[in-house]
Design a protein around this ligand. Structure first.
Ligand SMILES: C[S@@+](CC[C@H](N)C(=O)[O-])C[C@H]1O[C@@H](n2cnc3c(N)ncnc32)[C@H](O)[C@@H]1O
Length: 427
């Protein structure tokens, strides 16, 4: 599909959605949703009741986003906010309340019917610090350095030239400006069947970038301190109905996705060892492995020395943060294939035990964060931990996963722990 074709299809679909809302229906093609609820698992339950009360019902009914960017962005009174692809205006109206009468909220959209709906919602809301602009997010009709915060909700995915959108966003942001966007990203290959589906493109799925690609494009546009925070994680089965309706064979799709493995590195503080392991595996194992890390008693901060070791090895460190293991036991958490504990039993550290199905192994390593002594001693301990983890992860990536049964695989994983004895710090 050419860029012009995509724009035309997107305009038609969203134009129809706007007209349905205007005529007293919902933005969905099927049954009417309740207020505050979207049409499908992606657009459902994005806003809380308090937010629902701040905007006209039609704005809520027209909500077609996949997140809540106003919850991600910190907005101050007097700031200028721009919403890329503002639709019925829900995020613009919510932002306008937060920046107050001394601030301003712009919405930009290319679909006339959506702009008409948004202006009607603005009138109903009595919002005076709001302006809806007609135009394309690839060519933002605002001057350079004129916006404090850009938000967007499930729109950049729809563009066939995401790099151009991000460059434009960077251009209009003031120095130090912020960019808080909800979008769909994919993990793993998207099959040609999905890529070719117009409906899935319009639904933000077929045009979605891989998480790493999104990050790379943001960096190329000039953005710094990039952080991607998973709000909801969907697997093929979540989209089963939608995919079947499009004639896509879900079992085949799922089989194609089986090359993807989710790995959690677990220790106590999640400040050093597990953090380094997460970053190393994400770097060396992509696109087939996605790594996470967590702690049972998090320190809440990542050790500077751990980041230093990663930077020396040119392993990306963006977005690393100390996380509780509770984050990974929620119903919408990623389904884990492997959990590796990296705490040091030999040093009498109590290792958390992960319940459930994933394959587990213990890859104990001495805790560099526990080392007291000179700066050199501490640096050496972090370097040792990095090398052990890096070596083990390299061995892990050599395992012929598809040819081993689970017993043989478990043996391989346990062997990895023994190939290198954790270095002790009493040297
Ligand atoms: C998925 S809806 C999201 C609307 C709104 N952000 C929300 O959360 O309800 C996508 C909106 O982006 C607009 N849009 C899509 N591509 C665009 C582009 N290239 N330039 C401007 N607007 C675009 C569509 O017209 C539509 O209103």
């Amino acid at each position: 599909m050419s860029t012009t074709d995509i724009k035309q299809v997107v305009k038609e679909r969203y134009g129809q959605a706007a007209l349905r809302v205007k005529n007293g229906g919902s933005s969905c093609c099927g049954a009417s949703p309740r207020v505050g609820r979207g049409c499908d698992p992606i657009t459902s339950n994005l806003y809380d009741a308090a937010q629902g009360e701040q905007v006209p019902e039609e704005a809520m009914l027209a909500s077609l986003g996949c997140g809540n960017p106003t919850a991600l962005a910190h907005l101050n009174a007097g700031e200028v906010v721009l919403d890329l692809g503002s639709g019925g205006g829900i995020d613009v109206l919510l932002s306008a309340k937060r920046v107050g009468p001394t601030g301003k909220a712009y919405g930009l959209d290319m679909t006339d019917e959506m702009l008409a709906l948004a202006n009607e919602n603005k009138r109903k809301a009595g919002a005076e610090n709001v302006e809806f602009l007609r135009g394309e997010i690839e060519h933002i009709p605002l001057p350079d350095n004129s916006v404090d915060v850009i938000i967007s909700n499930c729109v950049i995915n729809l563009s066939a030239d995401k790099g151009q959108v991000l460059r434009e966003a960077f251009r209009v942001l003031k120095p130090g400006g912020r960019f808080a966007v909800s979008d769909v990203v994919t993990r793993g290959e998207i099959s040609p069947a999905i890529r070719q589906s117009v409906l899935l493109w319009v639904g933000c799925v077929a045009g979605a970038l891989e998480d790493v690609e999104y990050r790379d494009k943001l960096a190329a546009a000039g953005f710094e301190q990039i952080d991607i925070e998973p709000m909801r994680i969907y697997r093929a089965e979540d989209a089963r109905e939608l995919l079947y309706a499009e004639g896509i064979d879900v079992p085949i799709l799922e089989a194609g996705m089986q090359g993807r493995y989710n790995v959690l590195f677990l220790c106590t503080g999640n400040s050093a060892r597990s953090i380094m392991a997460e970053a190393i595996l994400n770097f060396k194992g992509r696109p087939n492995f996605t790594a996470y890390s967590a702690g049972s008693h998090t320190t809440g901060a990542v050790r500077r020395e751990a980041l230093g070791q990663l930077e020396v090895a040119r392993v990306p460190t963006q977005g690393l943060r100390s996380k509780s293991w509770h984050e990974f036991s929620q119903s919408n958490s990623p389904k884990l294939d492997f959990v590796f504990t990296v705490c040091d039993n030999a040093a009498k550290e109590v290792c958390p035990v992960w319940p459930g199905q994933p394959m587990t192994a213990h890859w104990g390593a001495a805790d560099p964060a526990a080392v007291r002594g000179s700066k050199e001693d501490v640096e050496r301990a972090f370097r040792d931990a990095f090398f052990i983890l890096d070596r083990r992860i390299s061995l892990f990536l050599c395992i012929p996963f598809k040819t081993l049964d689970s017993l043989a695989l478990k043996k391989e994983l346990d062997n990895i722990a023994q190939t290198m004895t954790p270095v002790t710090n009493d040297r």
